[in-house]
Design a binder for this molecule. Structure first.
Ligand SMILES: [Zn+2]
Length: 444
């Protein structure tokens, strides 16, 4: 959430080469990849030993047995259709069938005798949810995100490229991390200890005023891309979650943000922005999504609709400030919440696509269903709230195999206790999470 200073997370003791990042992240959390993998019920431990990973690693990825989830009501977030007493079949990391018992009979027969079977009778079966704004720096963070039902996430930056390393995990150890679209380092004036994330960042230590010149912003963006970032995170304004900062001041103007967008070279840019001026500059610079966006103007909303700019209100991060023990933050939370709710309604009216992002940081994870519920409280219908955490978010990520349960979709499923089409709070009642075909939570 916004209460964290993203640039001063705990630091591993030494500069980490690329291969050291994962070990560093695990060390921070006091756990190892092998121990995580061995805790996963569905994952055989054949390849989960202590053998090192690295270039030309001779081993093969973990695989999971097929999985049948039967008896529940399957919901399609795209259409709002529901199939009662439905069956979902997962095999080889994909959905091989989803529908009525009749429609899935062949696929069920194909895995008979090999499949694990979950009985979801009386419950609702959904695709794995998507959180488009998280900060994960350790395996424990990844695990907490999964437990909340988000099986795909977009990073809002990490401290030492841990998000890039997390992005590689599902290909080897299904269920250890959500599918991650990594952002790398925050494009921000003060890198703090993130300066140690890569030797190529050393030239930026010469800048007395921090990273502000357009050429330096472009350089930092290029370092991120060279390290494997798939999106770029930057800012227009200071943080709301720090009482000593005023989120209505300007950090980067339109010209500076344009330099980031240009250097991103097609990678989507997500921009932390609060003030009307800051948000407008970000949108006109061509960012892919506005994060927070409390004081967005009507003019800018119209421009977002025209350009197809996504809106990530991070409702939980804003509303939760209201209960802060810090009086400045509490006042901010109370002032901002109704303004942001009105912005969500105005954006919806204008046809701006609203997506669900929790701004979770570390293990302080808000379940993605809570964000969907808060979006519904602001004015989205239950189906629209569900779409913000599924098909709309998947479109933002550029992933058409996420956000629905149809043949060929990726093997990510959540099972919830109530009907999300009548009440968005149903998405908070998570019973089962399947990530990359691995059962990572099962409370049936
Ligand atoms: Zn954030």
């Amino acid at each position: 959430m916004c209460l964290h200073d993203h640039t001063s997370a705990p630091t591993p003791g030494a500069r980490l080469p690329r291969r050291g990042i994962l070990a560093g992240a695990a060390a921070l959390a006091g756990i190892s990849v092998a121990s995580i993998a061995s805790q996963l019920g569905g994952a055989p431990a054949a390849h989960a030993g202590d053998r090192p990973s690295g270039p030309n690693y001779p081993g093969s990825p973990l695989t999971n047995p097929p999985l049948i989830i039967e008896g529940g009501t399957i919901v399609d977030p795209k259409t709002g259709d529901a199939v009662e007493d439905g069956v979902v079949v997962l095999d080889g990391g994909k959905v091989t069938a989803a529908g009525t018992r009749d429609e899935t009979r062949k696929a069920v027969a194909a895995v008979a005798g090999r499949a694990q079977v979950l009985n979801a009778s009386g419950r609702w079966v959904l695709p794995g949810l998507v959180d488009v704004h998280v900060h994960a720096n350790a395996l424990a963070d990844a695990r907490a995100i999964l437990q909340g039902g988000a099986t795909s996430v977009r990073s809002g930056s990490s401290s030492f490229y841990q998000d890039v390393a997390l992005a590689a995990l599902p290909g080897w150890a299904p269920g250890v991390s959500p599918r991650m679209t990594p952002a790398g380092l925050f494009i921000s004036p003060d890198l703090g200890d993130s300066l140690l994330a890569d030797p190529d960042l050393a030239p930026l230590a010469t800048l007395s005023g921090g990273v502000k010149e357009t050429s330096d912003l472009a350089y930092l963006t290029r370092v991120n891309l060279s390290r494997g970032a798939k999106v770029i995170k930057t800012r227009a304004n200071p943080r709301a979650g720090l009482p000593e900062q005023d989120p209505r001041e300007l950090v980067y103007n339109q010209e500076q943000l344009s330099a980031v967008v240009k250097a991103a070279n097609g990678a989507g840019v997500l921009c932390h922005a609060y003030s009307a001026e800051g948000i407008d500059g970000a949108v006109r610079a061509g960012v892919r999504s506005v994060e927070h966006g409390v004081f967005v103007s009507e003019n800018t909303i119209a421009e977002m609709a025209r350009r197809g700019t996504f809106f990530t209100p991070t409702m939980d991060a804003i509303t939760s400030m209201a209960t802060s023990t810090n009086p400045i933050l509490a006042a901010r939370g109370k002032e901002y919440t109704p303004i942001l709710q009105a912005a969500v309604r105005a954006a919806k009216e204008a046809g701006v696509t609203i997506v669900a992002g929790t701004d979770s940081f570390g293990t302080d994870v808000t379940p993605i269903g809570t964000e969907a519920r808060l979006l519904a409280e602001a004015g989205l219908s239950p189906l629209e709230a569900l779409q913000s955490a599924t098909v709309h978010a998947a479109r933002l990520l550029g992933q058409d195999d996420v956000g629905r349960l149809v043949r060929g979709s990726l093997a990510d499923v959540v099972v919830v206790d109530a009907d999300p089409l009548t009440d968005a709070s149903a998405l908070e009642k998570v019973r089962v999470v399947v990530a990359q075909g691995a059962v990572v939570r099962n409370e049936l």
